[in-house]
Design a protein around this ligand. Structure first.
Ligand code: OAD
Length: 269
């Protein structure tokens, strides 16, 4: 990142009256949640062909519940204990100063925990429980609920495994109630995007003046097309990421370092 890039980004943000921020797993990396494709990322340890679709997960529940339990502990554990980092906080601060829409691919609820109010979760949320087929909202889980589920899985793990025991441990997430089967409102590979969040995300990308992409490899479609949608509709684009560039301006670095300084300088603090 050249000093010129930095000055341009600060100036652009200080003028912008309508901002869209688009985040991926990288924004939550400094909260202790692994990304998907970096070294040691989720998909390097748990192949997405098996773990990123409902059919694969159901298959594992029957044939290899211990492996599924390992995956669930790795997914749920960090989210259960996570708190927002300075990157999330800076985005929430931005929303307090100018019209800002946050579009996230993340399912961890950390933008809301940081105070962002206008958040479009285009891949759904781990904390929102819905009916399996109609996606009718049933209840919202807390991070404490997730901690309890992780404890229950770990307890069952110690006493030996069966698919039935695993189902009992994860009952608040996946199970049967008077409304039929329920599950978290997640978008896995092959699913339609979460609505109405996705339609609203396309509108936000098309109508903003400045589009800031943070911590995403921009490799999963259709979410990855939002930056191009924004650019095609006249927005300037800033990318904040230590490895993946692009955008009119690339601020190379981590979200927790770059975002607080950018927001502070743009607001003349
Ligand atoms: P990826 O794991 O593909 O990309 C993470 C990005 O975050 C990379 O570009 C890293 O360089 C960057 N990064 C790492 N640490 C960072 C930090 N501290 N600050 C800023 N950036 C950092 O994750 P996503 O792009 O979010 O979807 O993945 C998109 C989708 O793929 C996910 O929503 C998920 C996954 O499969 C579904 O499962 C449907």
């Amino acid at each position: 990142m050249t000093p010129d890039d930095w000055e341009r980004a600060v100036a652009r943000l200080s003028w912008a009256t309508n901002v869209t921020v688009f985040t991926g797993a990288g924004i939550s990396a400094e909260s202790g949640i692994a990304t998907f494709r970096d070294d040691g990322g989720f998909w390097t340890r748990f192949p997405p062909e098996e773990f990123a679709n409902w059919k694969g997960l159901l298959h594992l529940a029957v044939l290899d519940p211990a492996r599924l339990a390992e995956f669930l502990i790795e997914v749920l554990g960090p989210i259960a204990t996570a708190s927002p980092n300075p990157g999330h906080a800076a985005i929430a601060k931005l929303e307090g100063r100018r019209p800002t829409t946050v579009i996230t691919q993340n399912i961890d609820g950390l933008h809301q925990s940081a105070g962002s109010r206008h958040v479009l979760e285009v891949h759904g949320s781990l904390l929102e429980i819905v009916t399996w087929l109609g996606k009718e909202p049933l209840r919202t889980l807390t991070r404490e609920d997730l901690q309890e589920i992780v404890r229950r899985i770990q307890d069952k793990c110690r006493s030996g495994w069966s698919g039935f025991q695993l189902l009992k441990a994860v009952e608040p997430l996946f199970g049967l109630s008077s409304r039929g089967f329920h599950r978290p409102n997640l978008v896995l590979f092959g699913d339609a995007m979460a609505e109405p969040a996705w339609s609203q995300a396309i509108s936000a990308a098309r109508s903003c003046e400045l589009f800031i992409s943070v911590g995403t490899s921009q490799s999963v479609y259709p979410a990855a097309m939002l930056i191009e949608e924004a650019r095609d509709h006249g927005a300037e684009t800033i990318v904040i990421d230590p490895q993946i560039g692009g955008g009119d301006i690339w601020l190379r670095g981590t979200a927790g370092d770059i975002l607080p300084r950018l927001v502070q300088e743009a607001d003349g603090e």
